[in-house]
Design a binder for this molecule. Structure first.
Ligand SMILES: Cc1ncc(COP(=O)(O)O)c(C=O)c1O
Length: 477
C-alpha cells in the first residue's frame, strides 16, 4: 500500500467499518429474539409440523441482489423467523413423528444462545479451558449414568454420522485394516462413512437380521469364521442400540462376547436409542454397553438439545489422541487430565456443543430427564394399543424405544396417506421399508406429546385411508 493510500485509509470515518451495535439496540434485539422464540414455542402446537416452500418462493423473499449497504436487522430477524425458520421440519412439534424428532428443551436453547453470544471455543485447553472442562464433565456424567466403561474418554461432534466415522477411524488406527461387520438395519450414514474413509467394499460384511430385525448373531459368527478361514482379519463389529427403522436393539451381550473372543472392536451406534440407557426401561434392553469399545448417542435426537450435538466415547484411553493428535506432544493432554479437544477428532476450530447439554442436565437433573425419555417409550406403547384396537390397522413391529411401525390391513398407498396427513399440517409422519415391506412409522419421543395427539393422528390416517378408498371406488364406477 502506498503512503497516500494508507493516509486515505487512516482518515476514513471509523463508523464506516465499525460493526458494533449500540448496547441498548443489542438489548432490544435480544428481547426480540426471545419473543420470537417464545412465540414459536407457544404456537407450535397450532402450526404445521412441517412446512416446505419452493426454492423460488424462498429466493423471492430471502434473496435479491447481494446487499451493499446496511439493512434493518430487526425486520430481518422477523423475516428469518417467519420465512426461513418457519419453512422447515419442526422436530420440536408435539406431533412431529417423522424420521427422528428433535424435541429441544428451553434450557438447551438458552445454553446454546449464551455459548454463541460469548463465542465459545473448545479446541485447546489453553484457549478454551472452561468450555473444554464443561465438555469433559458432561461426557463423564453421561458415561457414568449410562454405565459405560469408566475408562471411556469422549468428544462431542456434530451428529451421529460424524461420531461413528470418528469411532471407525480410531478403530482402524488401533486394530488395522480388516473386515467390518454390520447389519441390514445399520444406519446408512455408517455405510457412507465406511466408504468415505476408504474402506473397500470387499472388507464390509452386511449380516442379515432376524425376524426381530436384530443382527443375526449365528450368521455373524459364521461369517467371521468363513472370513478367518479365507485369510481375512475381522476387526470391527457394529451393533445398533435403537435402529432408526424400528427401535430394535441388537443383542449387545452376545456381540460383545463375540468381539472379545475374536479380538475385534465393538462399536455401538446409539445415536437414536442411546439416551434411553438413562432410564431403567431403556437400560434393561441394552445390557452389554459397558463392554463397547466405542459408543455414540445424539442429544439432538432424544436428549432435548437443538441441533447439532453428538457424543462419542472410546473405552481405550488415549486412542483418540493417538489417532487424531496433530503433534506428538499430545501425550501432555492425558497427563494432567486436561484435554485439547482438537486432538480428539478431525475438527480443529470447534464451538462448545457441551454447554447446552451441561445446562440441560443441571436444569432438569437426570431423574426428570429420565422420566421425559420414559414418556416417549410409554407413548409409543400407547400408540401400539390404539393401532391394535383399530380394525383397519395392524402392527408390523411392536413399540420399541419410542418407535412403532404398522400398516393397513388392505393394500393401499401408504406413502400417499402419510403424505396427505403431513401436508394437512396436523402431524408429520413417514413410511419406511422393512426388508422390502413398506410400513408406516411413528417415532414418538417428545414429552410434550399427549395421548390425544397420538390417537387423533391415527384417527386422521384412517379417515384419509377411507376417503382415498371411496374416491378410487368412485373413479372405477
Ligand atoms: C441410528 C442412527 N445412527 C446414525 C444416525 C445419523 O445421525 P446424524 O443425523 O446426527 O448424523 C441416525 C440419524 O437418524 C440414526 O438414527
Amino acid at each position: 500500500m502506498s503512503e497516500d493510500e494508507y493516509d486515505a485509509f487512516q482518515s476514513q470515518d471509523p463508523s464506516s467499518y465499525d460493526l458494533t451495535l449500540d448496547p441498548e439496540q443489542i438489548r432490544a434485539l435480544g428481547h426480540q429474539i426471545v419473543d420470537l422464540t417464545i412465540n414459536h414455542l407457544m404456537t407450535l402446537r397450532d402450526r404445521p409440523a412441517i412446512s416446505v416452500a419452493t426454492n423460488e418462493q424462498l429466493h423471492a423473499q430471502l434473496g435479491g441482489p447481494a446487499p451493499e449497504e446496511p439493512g434493518n436487522i430487526s425486520s430481518d430477524l422477523n423475516l428469518l423467523a417467519n420465512v426461513a425458520l418457519e419453512n422447515q421440519q419442526h422436530g420440536d412439534h408435539p406431533r412431529y413423528f417423522a424420521r427422528v424428532p428433535s424435541p429441544s428443551s428451553f434450557a438447551a436453547i438458552a445454553g446454546d444462545w449464551l455459548a454463541t453470544g460469548m463465542d465459545s471455543v473448545a479446541s485447546s485447553w489453553g484457549g478454551g479451558s472452561g468450555p473444554s472442562a464443561i465438555e469433559l464433565i458432561t461426557l463423564e456424567w453421561l458415561r457414568d449414568r449410562i454405565g459405560l466403561n469408566p475408562q471411556c474418554e469422549g468428544i462431542m461432534l456434530s451428529g451421529g454420522s460424524m461420531a461413528s466415522i470418528t469411532a471407525l477411524i480410531t478403530a482402524r488406527n488401533i486394530k488395522g485394516e480388516g473386515c467390518i461387520y454390520l447389519s441390514d438395519q445399520t444406519h446408512s450414514s455408517i455405510t457412507r462413512g465406511i466408504k468415505a474413509i476408504g474402506i473397500p467394499d470387499a472388507l464390509v460384511r452386511v449380516i442379515p437380521t432376524d425376524k426381530d430385525l436384530r443382527i443375526d448373531v449365528a450368521q455373524l459368527r459364521e461369517q467371521i469364521a468363513v472370513d478367518r478361514n479365507s485369510g481375512f482379519v475381522p476387526t470391527v463389529v457394529i451393533a445398533t442400540a435403537g435402529t432408526t427403522n424400528t427401535g430394535a436393539v441388537d443383542d449387545l451381550e452376545i456381540i460383545a462376547e463375540i468381539s472379545e473372543t475374536e479380538n475385534m472392536w465393538f462399536h455401538v451406534d446409539g445415536a437414536y436409542g442411546g439416551p434411553a440407557a438413562l432410564t431403567a426401561r431403556g437400560k434393561a434392553v441394552m445390557p452389554g454397553l459397558a463392554r463397547a469399545n466405542s459408543f455414540v448417542l445424539d442429544p439432538h435426537k432424544w436428549l432435548f438439545s437443538p441441533y447439532d450435538i453428538a457424543c462419542l466415547w472410546i473405552s481405550d484411553p488415549g486412542a483418540l489422541e493417538e489417532t487424531f493428535a496433530m503433534y506428538p506432544e499430545y501425550l501432555k493432554d492425558v497427563s494432567d487430565g486436561t484435554v485439547n479437544f482438537h486432538n480428539r477428532s478431525l475438527e480443529l476450530s470447534r464451538r462448545s456443543r457441551a454447554i447446552k447439554l451441561w445446562l440441560t442436565i443441571r436444569t432438569y437433573g437426570f431423574n426428570k430427564i429420565g422420566a421425559a425419555i420414559d414418556r416417549g417409550i410409554v407413548l409409543a406403547e400407547y400408540a401400539e394399543t390404539v393401532i391394535q384396537s383399530t380394525p383397519e390397522l395392524e402392527v408390523v413391529t411392536p413399540a420399541q424405544l419410542g418407535i412403532v411401525t404398522f400398516t393397513f390391513n388392505e393394500p393401499c398407498d401408504l406413502a400417499a396417506i402419510a403424505r396427505e396427513l403431513t401436508e394437512s399440517g396436523f402431524a408429520a409422519l413417514t413410511t419406511t421399508s422393512l426388508k422390502g415391506q413398506e410400513v408406516l412409522r411413528l417415532c414418538i419421543i417428545n414429552p410434550a406429546t399427549t395421548e390425544l395427539d397420538v390417537s387423533e393422528t391415527l384417527k386422521r390416517l384412517v379417515q384419509i385411508y377411507h376417503l382415498r378408498a371411496d374416491k378410487s371406488v368412485e373413479s372405477v364406477v
